[in-house]
Design a protein around this ligand. Structure first.
Ligand SMILES: *Cc1c(COP(=O)(O)O)cnc(C)c1O
Length: 368
């Protein structure tokens, strides 16, 4: 038997989630965000499943766009952070990419070049995230320079990013939104503002375009899930098997440092999956795991290649039993990556992007 750990990728669920993002914002178009290897799901496979459905994709850098183009993906691709140096503009043009412009040097570099055809530009404003973008008071001037240079740039959009769209407290979101509505109104600019949480929870943020990312993969980014976010389906199932079973007397410890001690006579299942595969070592005792489609709990520290679970109350569990670390079990039971993440003091984004290359990806569905 080969090592049983696999990341099963359900491309039909990806398409379902994309359609949900689109249907929630019927007057917007949705850029499917495929950065970071499609949040760990495999950018090329996900792009192929979404081609024809999504009018454009978004990635973080030129290299990610090149990977998609070399795989034969022809859908427009947007660079969320634009170029990292001026020399990249030549390939941006050659590959027909769209790009964000977030700073003066990028704007100067673009205007200094005379491309064979103008490059679609998404001017980024810092409306309160305080990471990338032009300060609001300097946006009009930057927009004017682009609008006056149709031989360099075309199809201008105003872009910004929300810091708190996932939060139950609406105040900071509303401050950003008020500023953006004023700016976009003054410039007559089509906007691209909404990430997944804003796509799910803030219809007023829906612009000409939205930029859903994690929700496409079934991650629910909201502090409090909503009717819409509960309709998301997990795309990745991280699946393995029990490779050993231990019977322990009460009081016996399990694993490094003996962090977990059997509170009663216990059965412990050893699972082929560890932090060397990307399973988070911060997972506490009690982190949920599905064994034979039934919920149980991590017992003991995560090791590099293995982790241990309490199967005392799952008598049918034995060597070879199915284990789901997150995703959907064979019996249909779902364990959301978000729930696992809460036990690791993190978010589903890091669990999904953190699945390491050692774990084979196996693809299902993806076409009508
Ligand atoms: C990653 C990213 C997104 C997608 O964010 P999600 O929270 O995953 O939906 C949107 N916009 C920008 C600029 C990003 O970097």
């Amino acid at each position: 038997m080969t090592r049983p750990l696999i990341a099963d990728i359900d491309l039909d669920a990806l398409r379902h989630n994309y359609r949900l993002a689109r249907d929630l914002a019927p007057h917007s178009r949705a850029l499917a965000v495929l950065k970071a290897d499609a949040y760990g799901h495999g950018a090329v496979a996900c792009a192929r499943a979404l081609e024809g459905l999504a009018p454009a994709f978004a990635v973080a850098c030129l290299e990610e766009a090149v990977t998609l183009r070399e795989a034969g993906i022809t859908t427009p691709i947007m660079l969320l952070e634009g170029v990292f140096e001026a020399s990249e503009l030549e390939r941006v043009e050659a590959l027909g990419l769209w790009m964000a412009v977030h700073s003066d040097w990028q704007l100067d570099a673009l205007l200094a070049r005379r491309p064979a055809r103008p490059i679609p530009v998404w001017l980024k404003v810092d409306s309160g995230m305080h990471r990338l973008g032009f300060p609001p008071e300097r946006v009009e001037a930057a927009w004017g320079r682009l609008a006056d240079a149709p031989e360099h740039a075309c199809d201008l959009h105003l872009m910004s990013h929300f810091a708190t769209a996932d939060s139950l407290d609406p105040r900071y979101f509303q401050r950003q939104m008020t500023l953006l509505e004023t700016l976009a109104g003054r410039l007559g600019a089509p906007t691209c503002l909404a990430n997944s949480p804003a796509t799910l929870a803030w219809p007023e943020a829906h612009g000409a375009w939205n930029r859903p990312g994690v929700m496409l993969y079934g991650g629910d980014p909201l502090e409090a899930s909503s009717e819409a976010s509960r309709r998301l389906k997990p795309v990745m199932t991280l699946r393995s098997r029990l490779i050993a079973v231990r019977e322990l007397a009460a009081g016996e410890p399990v694993g490094y440092a003996g962090r977990w001690k059997a509170p009663r006579p216990s059965r412990i299942g050893v699972v082929a999956a560890g932090y060397g595969d990307g399973y988070d070592r911060h997972a506490v005792d009690g982190t949920p795991v599905l064994v034979e489609g039934r919920r149980t709990a991590l017992a003991g520290k995560v090791s590099m290649d293995m982790l241990t679970v309490d199967i005392t109350d799952i008598p049918e569990a034995e060597i070879g039993s199915e284990v789901v670390l997150w995703g959907r079990a064979a019996n249909g039971e779902v364990l959301p990556a978000d729930e696992v993440a809460r036990h690791c003091d993190t978010i589903s984004y890091t669990l999904l992007t953190g699945v390491l290359p050692r774990v084979p990806r196996r693809y299902h569905g993806g076409f009508d």
